[in-house]
Write a protein that binds this ligand. Structure first.
Ligand code: CU
Length: 306
């Protein structure tokens, strides 16, 4: 459907060149897709739009034809026809065919976004709270931190009002990541338009999702479930960075949580061992896996602001 995207002025979602990571003024189409899931949803949306436009144009044309052709001045003696088998079969069968045409890509998209791929490298747990988000990195020592909105009076120049947070969730770009989403008090919902994610955060229940952010950048989202007076003031910000930078960020967080820093190649989602030759000089790791330290998590962030 690239031709139609070009016709409508929609930029084709090229993961390398697409400039936008968030909505801009007078934007008509979706936020530029940054994950394979959002690309699938974008295409499905475009298909529905085409079908809808064709149906609307057909119905309006039929209506106008009937109004003009059968006006009482042009058609003084109305027809007494009440049945037409061929027409009745057609107006039953054609809508069914249209629904099947819609159902096939719809189910395909649904299963695609619902199935966690085999190549997930790490997990992030996201907990919605009144009214902020907690992030937990179980594969990296289980450290936790809270992410609050930046209030208007503290917003830096050029900052996005109601969208900026003090602590961003940082993930490596180009990596398949499993998301575990839950609620700490009432039902929230994690919605990130550019990533094609919208999942309820329900207390006592773990909802799963996944993402593979294809290009580096900062992505904005909001809570999408009315959760109280602060509902509009709990944005989500995800920053996708190169693997080396992600490993450095993880170690910074681990150190802050009282855990030892790991060689970058030992960080899940960090630079791959074979590829990162320049890190070979680092001291030999003393532990087999960082997963063993997952119980040594900080609790100060969890109790903050409750
Ligand atoms: Cu909420």
């Amino acid at each position: 459907m690239e031709w139609l995207e070009r016709l409508l002025g929609i930029q084709p979602s090229d993961p390398q060149t697409a400039p936008d990571t968030h909505a801009h003024q007078w934007q008509v189409w979706h936020t530029e897709a940054a994950t394979p899931v959002m690309r699938v949803l974008d295409d499905f949306h475009l298909l529905l739009l085409v079908i809808m436009v064709v149906i609307c144009v057909f119905v309006v044309a039929l209506l106008l034809y009937a109004v003009f052709r059968f006006h009482h001045t042009r058609n003084p003696v109305p027809s007494r026809t009440t049945h037409n088998t061929l027409l009745e079969v057609a107006w039953t069968a054609i809508p069914v065919i249209i629904l099947v045409v819609i159902a096939v890509p719809s189910f395909r998209a649904l299963y695609y976004l619902d199935t966690i791929p085999q190549d997930t490298e790490m997990t992030v747990k996201i907990i919605g709270r009144q009214w902020y988000w907690d992030y937990e990195y179980p594969d990296h020592g289980g450290f936790t931190f809270s992410s609050y909105i930046v209030p208007d009076e503290q917003l830096p120049k050029g900052g996005k009002r109601l969208l900026e947070v003090d602590n961003r969730m940082v993930v490596p770009a180009g990596t398949t990541i499993r998301l575990v989403i839950t609620g700490g008090d009432v039902i929230h919902a994690m919605a990130m338009p550019a990533l094609g994610i919208k999942r309820d955060a329900v207390p006592g229940r773990l909802n799963e999702s996944w993402m593979k952010i294809e290009r580096e950048g900062v992505y904005y989202g909001q809570c999408s479930e009315i959760c109280g007076t602060g509902h509009g003031y709990m944005p989500l910000v995800i920053e996708a960075v190169p693997r080396e930078q992600f490993a450095a960020w993880i170690n910074q967080k681990r150190t802050a949580a009282g855990l030892e820093a790991l060689p970058p190649t030992q960080v899940a989602g960090g630079p791959k061992a074979g590829a990162a030759v320049q890190t070979a000089q680092l001291p030999a790791p003393t532990q087999n896996s960082d997963a063993q330290t997952s119980d040594a998590q900080t609790s100060d962030a969890q109790s903050a602001g409750e």
